[in-house]
Design a protein around this ligand. Structure first.
Ligand code: F6P
Length: 363
């Protein structure tokens, strides 16, 4: 065979995102068409470390999965092989590097390439494995939409879910004359908060890129109540922080896992309630944003990305990642793609439009 590829594997790592199954389907079917064998690694790299399975995949493995949320391969965000937590009987946790074991397992299975589908954490792992000689092609995924080099599938479904939740809260907020603070995901970026907040015509949108002042948030709430609109909806990205203050965390980073963000919604709701005297409630949308049926766009992008990854393998463009730029699929070196996070530009037209329609950013 001209490309010398016979057997490829694929895995999904990090938090799941709607659209992953579409990628898996496209990788498997387009690889089978080339006459390659395809193997699905269970739970990130777990299958290669003897902690899960590696299964041969055929057409039947990927039937009827495009519209399904989650990932049929399973995933984990505790699966960094370079920082693997080994639990000892005395309760001690030792962090060990198991990357060589992965390379050995990969070679023993006579695999020619790996499609690593993951967010920035998983792509960092992919880059380190590529540097150790593993022939890897990346497919980016994250609901956070925070990779500079590309648009990611999963984001649009998360925005739909958040928007629907905000729409639903309007009626109960209005009936009870309450302020609702809704915390959405996004890590250090405000994409989900911005898009859903604008789409659902929230009154205040708080994002990490624009530090907020609680006085300004309360001013906006007071304005509404005095104008006779006796309820308010505040959307806060989990990474939003007060000017001069800090981001709220549920748990710090631990062996091989990132810090867990969260708490800003509740903190704000308390402050707003105390300062304004209006009844205030908070709601954390959390993992609802990662679940459910992927919207058409996320399936469409997922399928395109999967097929493109197989094409990159055929061209032996290892160490690269599929990227979408101006609606064209391209390839960028993984190293470059993980260098920069894509933040919301505080002066972008979406923010200006939101401000022009009366939405406050708490600044
Ligand atoms: O990166 C995707 C994401 O859903 C973030 O928006 C969120 O902060 C994080 O993952 C939650 O991770 P976990 O599933 O570990 O709670």
């Amino acid at each position: 065979m001209a490309d010398n590829i016979r057997r490829i594997a694929l895995n999904t790592g990090g938090g799941d995102a709607p659209g992953l199954n579409a990628v898996i389907r496209a990788v498997v079917l387009s690889a089978l068409r080339r006459g390659w064998e395809v193997y699905g690694i269970g739970r990130g790299y777990g299958g290669l470390l003897g902690e899960d399975e590696v299964v041969r995949m055929d057409q039947n493995s990927v039937r009827g999965i495009t519209h399904r949320g989650g990932t049929i391969l399973g995933t984990t965000n505790r699966g960094n092989p370079f920082e693997w937590p080994r639990h000892h009987p005395d309760g001690r946790i030792e962090v060990v590097d198991r990357s060589d074991q992965i390379l050995d397992a990969f070679r023993t299975r006579r695999l020619d390439a790996l499609v690593a589908i993951g967010g920035d954490g998983s792509l960092r792992i992919a880059q380190r494995l590529a540097e150790k000689g593993m022939p890897i092609v990346g497919v980016p995924k994250t609901i956070d939409n925070d990779l500079e080099a590309t648009v990611t599938f999963g984001f649009h479904t998360a925005v739909e879910t958040a928007t629907e939740a905000l729409d639903k809260l309007h009626s109960t907020a209005e009936s009870h004359e309450r302020v609702f603070v809704v915390e959405v995901m996004g890590r250090t970026t405000g994409w989900i908060a911005l898009w859903s907040g604008i789409a659902a015509t929230a009154d205040v949108i708080l994002i990490p890129e624009i530090p907020y002042e609680v006085e300004r948030v309360c001013e906006k709430v007071e304005q509404r109540y005095s104008a006779g609109r006796r309820f308010a909806i505040v959307v806060a990205a989990e990474g939003a922080a007060p000017r001069g203050g800090s981001v709220s965390y549920i748990a710090p980073a631990a062996a091989g896992t990132a810090a867990r963000l969260g708490g800003v919604g509740e903190r704000l709701a308390e402050e707003i309630g105390q300062r304004t005297g209006y009844e205030t409630r908070s709601l954390v949308l959390g993992h609802l944003q990662r679940g459910g049926t992927p919207v058409a766009y996320d399936r469409y992008l997922g399928l395109r990305s999967g097929a493109a990854a197989v094409q990159l393998i055929a061209e032996r463009k290892f160490g690269t990642m599929v990227a979408l730029s101006e609606d064209r699929i391209t390839a960028v070196p993984i190293r470059e793609a993980i260098e920069r996070i894509k933040n919301v530009d505080p002066n972008c037209d979406a923010i200006l439009a939101a401000r022009a329609t009366g939405i406050s950013f708490g600044d």
